[in-house]
Write a protein that binds this ligand. Structure first.
Ligand code: GLN
Length: 234
């Protein structure tokens, strides 16, 4: 029996808007294929061991400050994990900390861990609402979710967007990009939670992590939910 190890980074601090639903979806979809799933919760002060997938959720600026400091202790380890091919998914605040830094409205710059060549600066408006984005590497191509952030994220170098914005704001509301990807590292502003509404992306992550194709599941309900949100502004 294959085993999938999922490292859940700082769930006590970064788990806003039900981002735990992403862990629940990865666990459910892997176990439905007969894969044994081990969830390793990583909290402040914990040491890290190797995982196949790492997940970090979103949160308010205050919680990001504490996680930013803790992440610096594990930056080298997590960079080695990225470079050996571990899969990462960061949502919103967690996504921002996977870049170089997040500069909030007040106070000092929050250092990220540069898994992504990206940076974030707090904007004057808060982006709140439904998002539809379009990818070119999963099917269905659409990604749906809910955004609530003031941070404006800009991508550089070899870091590419997850997709282009169809509805909503995405990374910064100006360059029409949503999310980021580099190697097997993925970030998105989509809460909701993200993976229950985009099961194709959950399977894509699991396949990357275990190195083999998955048998399809009957996703009629998931895909009809997904499709009901595509193109939905309110
Ligand atoms: N505090 C960050 C921002 O406002 C992230 C918010 C979030 O994770 N939803 O941009």
């Amino acid at each position: 029996m294959k085993t999938l190890r999922i490292g859940h980074l700082y769930p006590k601090l970064l788990n806003i808007y039900g981002d735990i639903g992403n862990i629940i979806t990865l666990k459910y979809r892997a176990e439905m294929r007969g894969i044994k799933v081990i969830i390793n919760e990583i909290n402040i002060g914990d040491s890290l061991s190797e995982n196949d997938i790492y997940f970090i959720g979103g949160g308010q600026d205050l919680q990001q400050i504490e996680v930013s400091k803790e992440l610096q202790k594990n930056k080298e380890f997590l960079t080695r994990e990225r470079d050996r091919g571990a899969v990462f998914l960061g949502i919103c605040g967690g996504y921002q900390l996977m870049g170089h830094y997040y500069k909030p409205h007040k106070g000092e710059i929050l250092q990220g861990i540069s898994l992504l060549d990206a940076y974030t600066i707090a904007g004057n408006n808060r982006f709140i609402g439904n998002v539809t984005a379009e990818t070119d590497f999963v099917s269905p191509k659409s990604l749906v979710g809910f955004e609530n952030h003031s941070g404006l994220t800009y991508l550089q170098g070899e870091t590419l967007p997850l997709g282009k914005v169809i509805i909503g704001n995405g990374n910064n509301g100006t360059d029409n990009t949503e999310g980021a990807r580099f190697k097997n590292v993925f970030g998105t502003y989509l809460h909701g939670s993200f993976l229950p509404k985009n099961p194709q992306f959950a399977d894509f992550m699991i396949e990357l992590a275990i190195g083999e194709k998955l048998q399809p599941l009957n996703d009629d309900i998931e895909i009809s939910t997904h499709n009901s949100l595509v193109g939905k502004k309110y």
